[in-house]
Write a protein of this length. Structure first.
Length: 149
């Protein structure tokens, strides 16, 4: 498990500021509102590797969420700056598993840990398709030995 202040095997992070609409009636960010923060971090990760505009698969293929787990540890509140550390932990033939750790930037308190598995799917056929080698190689070049096959 990720510990406070421990960057572990994370080589990339993105920051975001908690908006009022991200909070609940108690004024805190509940675990479900972290999903857009994870999406932002994953997009910025791809942008940093030059993969954002990459045609990952054929037309009509997209990564779709297969599984998501979130462990909630501490609250964030309106206007907190949140650092979302992200890495690809595993890449299979049709799926990729992402790890996230979100920290409140002002005191480096661990807010949540999360894992998401996305599958590359042909949307018309509704079936999984292989992840292109060019995408796989770009991720492996960045993540190195920490990426499981």
């Amino acid at each position: 498990m990720t510990q406070p202040g421990d960057r572990g095997s994370f080589k990339f992070s993105a920051t975001t500021r908690v908006g009022f609409s991200d909070t609940d009636a108690q004024g805190i960010v509940y675990y479900g509102r972290y999903l857009p923060y994870f999406d932002l971090a994953r997009v910025e990760y791809h942008r940093s590797l030059g993969l954002l505009g990459m045609d990952i698969g054929a037309e009509g293929e997209e990564f779709v969420m297969r599984a998501c787990t979130i462990e909630y540890f501490a609250p964030a509140v309106f206007d907190d700056v949140v650092e979302v550390r992200v890495r690809m932990a595993k890449i299979g033939s049709t799926s990729a598993t992402w790890k996230f750790a979100a920290y409140r930037q002002k005191d480096d308190v661990l807010l949540v840990n999360a894992t998401q598995t996305l599958v590359l799917v042909d949307l018309d056929e509704r079936k999984a398709v292989p992840i292109p080698d060019s995408y796989r190689e770009a991720i492996r070049a960045f993540e190195g030995d920490s990426l499981a096959a």
